[in-house]
Design a protein around this ligand. Structure first.
Ligand code: CP
Ligand code: NVA
Length: 304
């Protein structure tokens, strides 16, 4: 049975820990200049229906470091779900390549891709979630804090794809996850209900960012308008202004709280220069770790 990574919850708690351990090893190999090429000759097709910097570069570089190769298919190449049915392209790519990574708009298309592909499918972001990002994020938190005990994450902003994946992680690892979002910008209700039902974590949704950041180990934020929501950007900016992560808000946080952002950041909107460039910010470690954790995910899916 082939395995896919479409949601954080596709992995058990033990598997998430295993991937985090493998990530640490893989990162150390890179730092020590040691070769780790278990995927010699393997090919990955990367389907991008939306733009990307980190996801493309980290997967492409990661595949090459693993001894394999990655093929970039941009927004004008396949026309997934429009020029060609998802189930057809899933079957076609499976005849050429050993693994697929996709960044799509509709989550239903990602599910169909995984259903019809006979090779592993990795989700590189949909409108619903962004699981690789949150695997990199939790690895980064572990690397800096050295442990994940008594973890409080304060997510300030939109209950978007990134927030949804954090909530999925809270269904697998115990934490206190607080989202401070304006009314009308809550996370996916099914994901929220599922994570609360799992019973491992406390998940709160509040409207007051100063309340959320109190005693948090990590202050996390993301853009106010995600890719595909450009037409709503002005309205969103008005709604989200009280949710800016700035030095005023940081006064309510612990002095040593980490600041994280999946990037790209809209400096001056959801986060100010002084906060993203402060010593508390670990955003570039977070970006780097995308590559190391994704290599571990690819190895886990392809080699077990
Ligand atoms: N964080 C992230 O996924 O970045 P890109 O959109 O640049 O890939
Ligand atoms: N929420 C953002 C994340 C980008 C990595 C978006 O979907 O555009």
């Amino acid at each position: 049975m082939k395995r896919d990574f479409i949601h954080i919850t596709d992995f058990s708690t033990a598997e998430i820990k295993e991937v985090l351990e493998l990530t640490a090893k893989i990162k150390a190999y890179v730092k020590e200049g040691k070769e780790y090429t278990p995927l010699k000759g393997a090919n990955m097709a990367m389907i991008f229906a939306k733009p990307s910097a980190r996801t493309r570069i980290s997967f492409e570089t990661g595949m090459s470091q693993l001894g394999g190769h990655a093929i970039y298919l941009g927004p004008n190449d396949i026309g997934i779900g429009k020029r060609e049915a998802v189930k057809d392209i899933a079957r076609v790519i499976s005849r050429y390549d050993d693994v697929i990574m996709a960044r799509l708009f509709e989550h239903a298309h990602m599910l169909a891709l995984a259903e019809y592909a006979t090779v592993p499918v990795i989700n590189g972001l949909t409108d619903l979630n962004h699981p690789c990002q949150i695997m990199a994020d939790i690895f980064t938190v572990l690397e800096h804090r050295k442990h994940l005990d008594d973890l409080k994450i304060a997510f300030i902003g939109d209950g978007n794809n990134v927030a949804n994946s954090w909530i999925n992680l809270a269904a697998r690892l115990p934490m206190h996850f607080v989202l401070a979002s304006p009314n009308g910008y809550d996370p996916d209700p099914q994901i929220l209900a599922g994570a609360r039902k799992a019973g491992l974590s406390i998940i709160d949704i509040v409207r007051n960012p100063t309340e959320a950041v109190k005693d948090a180990d990590v202050i996390y934020t993301d853009v106010w308008a995600s890719m595909g929501q450009e037409a709503e950007a002005e309205k969103r900016r008005r709604d989200f202004i009280p949710f800016q992560v700035n030095s005023g808000l940081m006064k309510y946080a612990k002095k040593d709280a980490y600041v994280m952002h999946c990037l790209p950041a809209h400096r001056g909107d959801e986060i100010t220069d002084e906060v993203i460039d402060s010593p508390n910010s670990i955003v570039f470690d977070e970006a780097e770790n995308r590559m190391h954790v994704q290599k571990a995910i690819i190895v886990k899916l392809m080699l077990g």
